[in-house]
Design a protein around this ligand. Structure first.
Ligand SMILES: [Zn+2]
Length: 511
């Protein structure tokens, strides 16, 4: 697809989100508040379903992972120890003529079309002073500013002074590290094991952009997976995924200028050739790729890109991003970092508490290494919408369909009477009340039946049940499948079972 068409796709998604109550800019009646969004009635269902699928897959279905839900405001010492107070900065430039401030990395990206994610401040400084990047508004000369810390500040207690400063958490990860020892003891987990968390985080982005792709308040879904340092290559689950294919963009490829290219190889090959450093890292990359396809994202739109040295965060020795092919190019959908023992050591030093783990079998004390799969929920939802959006023309009309996987669809079944009269409405209400005990249903009797199917398709409702005149005679209804628009007649007494079976099929089709 060319750039213009793709840009239109983003606009269409934003439009759909506003029109159907999926996501909308915060405080709209006051003229919006950049970088903050509210989920509407349809969006909140989608969000809860995605969260639930993540939690089920990575917490409930696994004996080696437990969950927590930490506080948003945490002792400020946490963020000192983690490095966020000193190093969680965005490079800023100021225009010497109009005095406007911009993010240096975004300006460089726009002007030179190079990837600057995670590039060091010195390097960015160098580019700004050596290359002629000018003010996008007035073409004035730009000067570097003091780096800008991304954490939101607040005060705890009645006095607003330096001593009462606290931060809204910029990531959920640190809550897991500071609770590591306690959670390990409560849950009696042995290495290797993980701690999972989903929750709000806050980053004072200078230039939030691309709808909810980069916003100031969002939800993170993170696992910190703790492993004995000597067992980083002993992942017992690797065989489950070793034949899965990865579309890779390695550090080597990027250093050769092949940033947009992909090589395809199996997980096994990537591990054997040491392209991915450890088997645990390879496993988590592959497991998340699987989950993304399980919730309906097309695998051909996903690739795995290695961070080049310059780009690695201060805590990481190796990071791979799962990237999605967005309308504006391959960009991070989630990151999977090898954080080593950085965080536990930092917190042990700053708190003076022992955060090591006693390995009873080996009779030794170790500080575990950590693999961290981390994703932003809002960005994932936007990605799901982009990936599932399609249009079909019906009688000269363009109709929008969200091909959402039934697992995450906000509404599972629409229930419609063909007409409101002759007892059809009453019968439809009866069927709706019955189905609503089992699935999230929506009753709709407004407008033509075609309009009602279209409204349901637009928010990705996989099935529609229609009550017509034949229903009154033989207690059968029509069951319509969103993707094929085909209909079958089903007896009301078999409806729950038929829908349940169809929902469980990954294809979402009616059998
Ligand atoms: Zn200017």
């Amino acid at each position: 697809m060319d750039e213009k068409k793709e840009r239109t796709l983003t606009e269409k998604i934003v439009n759909l989100c506003l029109r159907r109550g999926i996501l909308s800019p915060n405080s709209e009646i006051y003229g919006t508040f950049a970088g903050f969004y509210d989920f509407g009635p349809v969006g909140v269902e989608l969000k809860r379903n995605v969260e639930a699928s993540w939690w089920k897959t990575f917490v409930h279905m696994r004996e080696d992972i437990v969950g927590i839900d930490g506080a948003i405001i945490t002792h400020p010492a946490v963020w000192k120890a983690s490095g966020h107070v000193d190093a969680f900065n965005d490079p800023l430039v100021v225009c010497t003529r109009c005095k406007k401030r911009f993010r240096a990395d975004h300006l460089i990206e726009g002007a030179l079309h190079i990837n600057v994610d995670g590039m060091s401040l010195d390097h960015i400084n160098e580019i700004v002073s050596s290359v002629k990047v000018v003010c996008p508004d007035c073409h004035g000369i730009l000067a570097m500013e003091k780096p800008f810390n991304l954490m939101f500040k607040t005060h705890v207690g009645a006095v607003e002074d330096e001593a009462s400063v606290a931060f809204l958490r910029p990531e959920t990860a640190q809550l897991i590290f500071i609770n590591f020892k306690a959670v390990q003891q409560f849950s009696r987990k042995k290495l290797p094991f993980g701690i999972a968390q989903i929750g709000k985080v806050f980053r004072n982005e200078i230039s939030p952009r691309n709808f909810v792709f980069r916003c100031r308040e969002f939800n993170q879904m993170e696992i910190e997976y703790f492993i004995h340092p000597a067992e980083m290559n002993d992942c017992p689950y690797l065989s489950e995924v070793s034949d899965d294919l990865l579309q890779l963009c390695t550090e080597k490829m990027q250093l050769e200028g092949k940033n947009e290219e992909i090589i395809t190889m199996s997980v096994k090959q990537a591990v054997n050739e040491k392209i991915i450093g450890t088997t645990w890292h390879a496993y988590w990359i592959a497991r998340f790729l699987r989950w993304f396809t399980e919730i309906g994202i097309s695998s051909e739109n996903l690739r795995v890109r290695q961070h080049i040295k310059d780009e690695l965060s201060h805590y990481s020795s190796e990071t791979w991003d799962i990237e999605y092919k967005y309308p504006w190019g391959w960009k991070e959908l989630m990151g999977i970092a090898n954080r080593g023992d950085f965080d536990l050591i930092q917190h042990a030093q700053h708190s003076g508490k022992d955060l090591s783990y006693f390995d009873q079998e080996k009779g030794e004390r170790v500080v575990p290494y950590v693999i961290e799969p981390s994703a932003g929920l809002e960005r994932l939802i936007f990605t799901i919408l982009l990936d599932s959006y399609y249009e079909k023309s019906e009688k000269d009309e363009i109709k929008t369909v969200l091909k959402l996987n039934p697992t995450i669809a906000p509404v599972k079944v629409g229930v419609f009477p063909l007409m409101k009269k002759d007892g059809l409405k009453e019968k439809a209400r009866e069927v709706y009340e019955m189905l609503n005990n089992y699935f999230v249903c929506e009753y709709d009797d407004a407008g033509s039946i075609g309009k009602r199917y279209a409204r349901a398709d637009e928010i990705g409702t996989p099935f529609a049940v229609t009550i017509d005149y034949q229903t009154l005679q033989d207690s059968t209804v029509t069951l319509r499948d969103r993707d094929s628009a085909s209909q079958v007649r089903v007896h009301i007494s078999e409806l729950v079972e038929t829908i349940r079976k169809a929902l469980n099929l990954s294809s979402g089709g009616i059998s």
